[in-house]
Design a protein. Structure first.
Length: 349
């Protein structure tokens, strides 16, 4: 089959699957958008990585959480059904898993090589954000160099916190300096705040992850990390948590308390990029776009932590969000990611 014919067949199949994934009567209300989205919040657990996680006791031999059930066929089906041309795969392993230095060296290597292999086998469908051992900054710097120079990573994943330490703390300065030198992209993925008890009936993913994202973003601003390392591009997961929503409160703190936060938060907010995997539509998009503009927002699904049905519903809601005009949709769906991730852009274009 000629390549153009094959691509057209995949597009038609994807449209049909997307329609089937959305409840009857709802799909027709969503306008059609150009295909070719780039999903920057996209997780993967290739077989070798899963085997390592089972060996470490992090996952059971069978079953486990939904995100651990990752398969390539189900991933490609979900991508095709929602017009996703490429996903930037990542594995948000909590930093504490790599507390032991030996495990940090071998485990990070397995994670990064697994994701790099996925990209090598499917170069126009995937990129990846590499893991580093955050609690061993000297080792993390070497792992960063190997991932970017040898494995072709598109950037680096950092947890919002590691054993209670936030990203603006001095212990992470050697890592930030290396990231700055390389003008690297950092994808900040949340964990639950250390020592915070879970609210009864409220899963940590529902509010605590958003809180930790907000805490580390404010810490980066207050510590001046973003000013000292201007070459680093930082992507905050889940629409930045509560950050865009509470920026006025931070400005009040600066006025009344004279603390380290700026009296004008808008420039600080625009120092970050934000993904749509909150999901931002319909509730959060007005605040986010008003605060930072569409050029700082990246399409994201949180697959497979989000099911195929949720990916379809969230994508539909984003497509018909009146806050985004056609130009903004093109930027969020694809254009912003192409500018931010040149290696992936080169493979796609």
């Amino acid at each position: 089959m000629p390549e153009t014919t094959r691509r057209r067949a995949l597009q038609v199949a994807g449209l049909a699957m997307a329609a089937a994934a959305v409840p009857a009567g709802e799909a027709a209300a969503a306008p059609r958008r150009p295909r070719g989205r780039i999903d920057t919040h996209h997780h993967a657990v290739p077989p070798r990585m899963r085997e390592w996680a089972v060996e470490q006791g992090l996952l059971p031999p069978t079953g486990g959480p939904s995100w651990a059930q990752w398969t390539l066929p189900s991933t490609l089906r979900t991508m095709n059904a929602n017009g996703i041309a490429a996903g930037v795969a990542s594995a948000p392993v909590p930093a504490e898993v790599f507390l032991d230095r030996g495990i940090a060296a071998s485990g990070v290597q397995v994670c990064n090589e697994s994701l790099a292999e996925l990209v090598r086998e499917h170069p126009t469908r995937f990129g990846f954000f590499a893991n580093v051992a955050m609690l061993h900054p000297d080792l993390a710097v070497r792992q960063l160099a190997h991932a970017l120079d040898d494995l072709g990573a598109d950037g680096v994943l950092l947890n919002t916190s590691a054993a209670g330490h936030y990203l603006g703390e001095p212990m992470f300065d050697p890592l930030w300096a290396e990231l700055d030198k390389r003008r690297a992209v950092v994808f900040v993925h949340p964990v639950a705040p250390k020592g915070l008890p879970e609210a009864p009936g409220v899963g940590d993913w529902l509010a605590d992850y958003l809180l930790d994202t907000t805490r580390t973003a404010l810490n980066l601003i207050a510590a001046g990390t973003l000013d000292r390392y201007p070459g680093v591009s930082v992507v905050l997961s889940h629409g930045g948590g509560f950050l865009p929503y509470m920026a006025g409160r931070a400005e009040r703190s600066a006025r009344e308390d004279g603390g380290p936060l700026p009296a004008r938060m808008r420039p600080a907010l625009r120092r970050f990029h934000y993904d749509t995997a909150l999901p931002v539509s319909p509730y959060a998009a007005p605040s986010l776009i008003a605060a930072v503009g569409a050029d700082r927002v990246l399409f994201g699904t949180d697959w497979p932590a989000n099911s195929a049905r949720e990916v379809a519903l969230n994508t539909r809601d984003l497509d018909r969000d009146p806050v985004l005009d056609e130009r903004a949709h093109r930027a969020v769906d694809r254009g912003n990611a192409l500018r931010l991730l040149p290696r992936l852009a080169e493979r796609l274009t």
